[in-house]
Design a protein around this ligand. Sequence first.
Ligand code: NAD
Length: 500
Amino acid sequence: MKLPTTDALAARARAALDRIGAAVPEGTGLAARSPITGEDLFGLRPSSPAETAAAIGAAAEAFTAWRTTPAPVRGNLVRVLGELLRAHQDDLAELITVEAGKIRSEALGEVQEMIDICEFAVGLSRQLYGRTIASERPGHRLAETWHPLGVVGVISAFNFPAAVWSWNTAVALVCGDAVVWKPSELTPLVAIGASHLLDRAIAEVDAPRDVHRLVLGGRDVGERLVDDPRVALVSATGSTRMGRAVGPRVAARFGRSLLELGGNNASVVAPSADLDLALRAVVFGAVGTAGQRCTTLRRLIIHRDVADEFVTRLANAYAGLPIGDPFDDRTLVGPLISGTATDAMAQALDKAVAEGGELVCGGERLAPTYVRPAIVRMPHQNGIVREETFAPILYVLTYDAFGEAVALHNDVPQGLSSSIFTRDQGEAERFLASDGSDCGIANVNIGTSGAEIGGAFGGEKETGGGRESGSDAWRAYMRRATNTVNYSGTLTLAQNVSFL
Ligand code: NAD
């Protein structure tokens, strides 16, 4: 496998950061690393406890000015951020490829998603609507008003090192909040680049400088955001393990949390499905981003009548997948994030086979961080199939009756994304109905991954219940006040209560 050298990757990262205008806080304690070679690029300095506390304090101070800035004026900051992201789309994508190992088109797509959410948020800045409500009392007006919430702590995962931040930050900023971002310790350079573009936008529109602050480091730095009472909302994206730790800690201080955690996503393939279309969607869903999307397809629940033929075609498609350097335009499967991730994949495959699975293809380690995506036929959905292994493993399960497919589909602890491939409209509707898929995302004739920003994104059960991005997800970033205004000149109590 021909790969660039670590020196060449470090030079690419430095050049991209130079074009963005960001300085690298070199030092020790945190390594910028590339999964392309699995080696360190250079050392960085993590934020100290005092620096993290100061960043939260500065953001809290900036919030007091930002919350009274008119929302459409706040939108102008996000508009400028969107323009800068467009101008530096290639540079940020370059950093995403170096640090997260995404192939070029997916890295560019991630930045496109950032641009899209900025455009959405600019429109939103004029649409932070409250309702008026019919009062039961004469001469009274009942209404709700949405106000900025405070400091939002954004904790993000490695696999969408910039887009998840932008979903939160573009929306939080128009909602009048200040943001402190703790990116994944695996992708600090992407964060430095993205955050610097926002700093530039802040300077250009003369917004309060500390309305956004970046803090770098690992779990300990995240924990400081989690425990600080000045952080009104902790929006945390990552593993269910992380959410299990974060949720109760934030709740213990009566803070709000928005959790976007692991998935165990499935597609049902019915006998009536367009199998050509389903095949392409399944390959992208299972193998795109080397199986490292929260929405990656992990379980294929396929009707017994079409299973053998489909799995054979799938294995043929897998055999032709170009695996290697994500900077090479022909590559479709880049590296996993680390050697630990490839180890976890190997262990999961061993477990699957020990649990009665039949390895159809893949699983070989081609280099320390490169694997061949695997397909495993499973006789049942126990053990390892119920877990999210963050690697390209597709478990295949078969069904006979539609009800069995839905039951299998829902019988996992996670509830992020789901889809069905069928030409039977009744089945499609049943899959989307209240007793159908129990996920936050349920699709028909399209795969589980690759959501648009316009809808609310997130999932149920161990996925954490949070919703981000489009639709009315903005409400999580604001506080609601209910207002009763009495213009009648007399005091009437609700529920006909008489007093005095
Ligand atoms: P991770 O849980 O290891 O880390 C995520 C972030 O949480 C990092 O910034 C990390 O430093 C921080 N963190 C970890 N433990 C913490 C703690 N106790 N307190 C505070 N901060 C803590 O996840 P990862 O390996 O970077 O990402 C992969 C996971 O993220 C997968 O499970 C994937 O499904 C999930 N994910 C979910 C979504 C979603 O929207 N549902 C999106 C992307 C990724």
